[in-house]
Design a protein around this ligand. Structure first.
Ligand SMILES: C[S@@+](CC[C@H](N)C(=O)[O-])C[C@H]1O[C@@H](n2cnc3c(N)ncnc32)[C@H](O)[C@@H]1O
Length: 229
């Protein structure tokens, strides 16, 4: 488990990762938001590719834990490269300050996209945050996902990106997994960085077909789970 905040490692501290991307330390959970082995690499491998979003003609992404927006920027960069539309719906109950999102994203993929610029401008102003620029709609609800009304049969991709099950167990429960499964469109794919046996069993128990895949840098395996049509 990564070290929590201490006088030497203050919460909000920005961490440079080996692929040149950054992450930060969460004040509330005492854990890094993204992989210390490569935050951008994890976003792309586990979430964008893990859900097939890099091939989808019009992805609809539902994210649990918007965090620092690293997964959102990776997704933005991907849809911009292919010129396809994106509808992104995220939940975040403990928003980090806009300066942290800005500092983590600076110079990174997707950071030049008008949707990212608009997000930084509107962050902390209203809930939900709604960003609409040509081709991209982003909605961030600043609420506990356990209390949210999730749209049924909606998501082509679900990014399950809470903190670790040990520190953030409430987003890895059977009850939430069942609600997330119902938010997936038929053939929609859920991805998560965890490969823990209890996470696999929880997703399978929610009716999803779960498979292990090779992990991102620093991790042997991660998971994807499909809602079969
Ligand atoms: C690992 S970080 C997500 C990193 C993020 N996906 C990114 O790309 O930067 C986990 C996030 O989930 C949020 N979170 C944890 N439990 C939550 C809950 N019950 N409802 C909404 N957000 C939650 C945390 O506040 C944190 O921002």
């Amino acid at each position: 488990m990564p070290p929590g905040p201490s006088p030497d490692r203050p919460a909000g501290e920005i961490i440079l990762t080996p692929d040149g991307s950054r992450t930060a330390l969460s004040a509330r959970f005492g854990e890094a938001y993204g992989s210390r082995h490569g935050a951008a690499a994890q976003a792309r491998h586990v979430f964008v590719e893990g859900t097939g979003t890099h091939r989808h003609p019009a992805p609809r992404v539902l994210e649990v834990g918007f965090g620092l927006g690293v997964n959102f920027r990776a997704t933005l960069a991907e849809v911009a490269r292919r010129g396809v539309p994106l509808d992104y719906l995220a939940y975040e109950f403990d928003p980090a300050p806009a300066e942290v999102l800005r500092a983590v994203g600076e110079g990174g993929e997707g950071a030049e996209h008008p949707a990212w610029t608009a997000l930084l401008k509107g962050w902390g102003q209203a809930s939900p945050l709604l960003v609409q620029v040509p081709g991209v709609t982003l909605t961030v609800h600043f609420t506990d996902v356990r209390e949210a009304d999730l749209p049924p049969d909606w998501a082509s991709a679900l990014y399950l990106d809470g903190f670790s099950p040990a520190r953030n167990p409430e987003v890895w429960t059977p009850a939430l997994a069942e609600r997330l499964a119902r938010a997936l469109a038929p053939e929609g794919l859920l991805a998560t960085y965890s490969a823990a046996g209890h996470v696999r069993r929880t997703l399978a128990g929610a009716g999803l077909k779960v498979e292990k895949r090779p992990g991102p840098p620093g991790k042997r395996e991660c998971l994807r789970a499909v809602r079969e049509a």
